[in-house]
Ligand binder design. Structure first.
Ligand SMILES: [Zn+2]
Ligand SMILES: [Zn+2]
Length: 141
């Protein structure tokens, strides 16, 4: 089963109605680049159907996030990037001076995850987040 077919299948088994619009949006996210903004998904599906508006795209992407099938990461510029779960855990490091981005291993935060869990009984979603800081080049080292 292809990745997008299994996402659609999972939603259906959980009792969500899969409209043709939802299906197209899920396909666009699953088949596109690792990350997409809602606008990028919208541009993609509009090439195939005029019967989709941006609000539907947002609602469907939020549904995927709420059901754990996709994740949403807020970048420093306030843009939200979406990716499906197939796109595994990782962190985005964003330089606030030159806007360069780097990818880091999400397991770096497993200690923090455990402390939040044991001390605050809080289960943090740290598998796909962005951290803002200053990169090596901009630190002038
Ligand atoms: Zn920099
Ligand atoms: Zn990512």
């Amino acid at each position: 089963m292809t990745h997008c077919a299994s996402l659609i299948d999972t939603l259906r088994r959980r009792g969500f109605r899969i409209t043709p619009q939802r299906e197209m949006i899920i396909q666009a996210l699953a088949h596109g680049n690792a990350h997409a903004t809602a606008e990028q998904v919208y541009t993609d599906v509009r090439q195939r159907s005029q019967a989709i508006n941006l609000a539907t795209v947002y609602r469907t992407l939020d549904l995927l996030v709420d059901t754990g099938l996709a994740s949403r990461v807020l970048m420093a510029d306030g843009q939200a990037l979406y990716s499906t779960v197939q796109h595994g855990p990782h962190l985005h490091l964003v330089c606030r001076q030159c806007a360069a981005t780097f990818t880091a291993d999400a397991s770096l935060l497993s200690d923090i995850e455990q402390v939040l869990e044991s001390k605050y009984s809080f289960q943090a979603d740290l598998q796909h987040i962005s951290l803002v800081g200053v990169c090596e080049k901009c630190r002038g080292s």
